[in-house]
Write a protein that binds this ligand. Structure first.
Ligand code: PLP
Length: 382
């Protein structure tokens, strides 16, 4: 089955009792047993629910995995994955990390005795120098937020398997439409389904997907023991969202490309960060592991005046000012004052998050309207 067919059909069969083509929302906490232990595969909805199961099987198919597990949010998925570890264990992680992931690592799990090393992941030597007998996991996010750096998944997987580590890739920004980390050697793929997978900015949910039977068994144990599972209504909405993932992503990529090219030529713009541009520092890696380059773009302004950036993000009409990403509607954000406000200026500027850095989540509207919108806002600054 090819990708677009999987988005619509994988994990889902017409309802055997009624013929309903859509997987029903099994809004139930428990399931009747004929005699103790004699049931139809479901006992209690924390452990398993048919609507959630359809979504979990669909996700496993899209990522070319074997097992999918869903959680009440992306961070609940992170929580479950890190609980594979013990106090004393160490994790090597991307330094350019989603803020919430950084927070749970440093503020929750460090307190419980797990140590995290944050590093840039373009130097294999640098990563290898951090591996010791306590290292148990590598955590990578690619493309990164908001600088759109690309990390070479295959290269990392070599270090990981050589040292017997668990290699996790947060695939939220790319989605399996653009990149399938399990095929490139990752052990677990993590998602915030809240973003592109759901695609309609109406649900918060997360997932972990893997191939290995033993790893899956441990994750299922934790999912059921810790209980951070999503409800059937939300599972239904994500399943429905995924049915158009391939057509949405195709348009996100087309619009992303047109807007990156527009920004690149604009006289008031300094750098444009989009992995599809030939001058992007990781363009070659992006080309080797991604099928296209997505709809996330960052850029900064000539002169680097904070008030210019504020003027732009306050003067767009279709690009609305909000956190989050990956929905059908275009969003604009200002990392220095929003998502990255807690990081000291000197620190954030080292990674490229300057005062005028602006991040776009390019939606699937008509691109002519989106370009006009940005042009109008850019006309407001001198
Ligand atoms: C949003 C996001 C998360 C967290 O997911 P939630 O669904 O908000 O809990 C994790 N990683 C990345 C890359 C994200 O964008």
């Amino acid at each position: 089955m090819k990708f677009g067919t999987k988005t619509i059909h994988a994990g889902q069969k017409p309802d055997p009792t009624t013929g309903a083509i859509m997987t029903p929302i099994y809004q139930t906490s428990t399931y009747v047993q004929k005699s103790p232990g004699d049931h139809k595969g479901y006992e209690y909805s924390r452990t398993g629910n048919p609507t959630r199961k359809a979504l979990e099987d669909n996700l496993a198919a899209l990522e070319n995995g074997k097992y999918g597990l869903c959680f009440g949010s992306g961070l609940a998925a992170v929580d479950c994955i890190i609980k594979l570890l013990q106090p004393g264990d160490e994790v090597i992680s991307t330094n350019d990390l989603y803020g919430g992931t950084y927070r749970i690592f440093t503020k929750v799990f460090e307190r419980l005795g797990i140590k995290f090393h944050f590093t840039g992941m373009n130097s294999i030597e640098q990563i290898e120098s951090l591996v010791n007998s306590k290292t148990k996991m590598i955590w990578a996010e690619t493309p990164t937020n908001p600088m759109l750096n690309i990390i070479n998944i295959k290269e990392l997987s070599k270090i990981s398997s050589k040292n017997n580590l668990i290699f996790v890739v947060d695939n939220t920004f790319a989605t399996p439409y653009l990149q399938r980390p399990l095929d490139l050697g990752a052990d677990i793929v993590m998602h915030s389904l809240t973003k592109y997978m759901g695609g309609h900015s109406d649900v918060v949910m997360g997932a972990a997907i893997c191939k290995d039977d033993k790893l899956a068994e441990q994750l299922y144990f934790l999912q059921n023991s810790c209980g951070g599972v999503p409800g059937p209504q939300d599972s239904f909405l994500i399943l429905r969202g995924i049915k158009t993932l391939h057509v949405r992503m195709q348009r996100h990529c087309e619009n992303g490309k047109a807007i990156a090219k527009f920004l690149e030529k604009h006289p008031k713009i300094n750098n444009v960060y989009w992995p599809g541009l030939k001058n992007h520092p990781n363009h070659a890696t992006a080309k080797s592991q991604m099928d296209d380059f997505g709809g996330m773009i960052s850029f900064d302004l000539i002169g680097n005046k904070l008030e210019d950036a504020i003027k732009i993000v306050s003067n767009t009409h279709f690009f609305t000012l909000a956190e989050s990403l990956g929905g059908v509607e275009s969003l604009i954000g200002h990392p220095a004052s929003m998502t990255h406000a807690a990081i000291p200026k000197v620190e954030r500027e080292k990674t490229g998050v300057v005062d005028t850095l602006i991040r776009l989540s390019v939606g699937i509207e008509d691109v002519e309207d989106l370009i006009k919108d940005l042009q109008n806002a850019l006309n407001k600054i001198s």
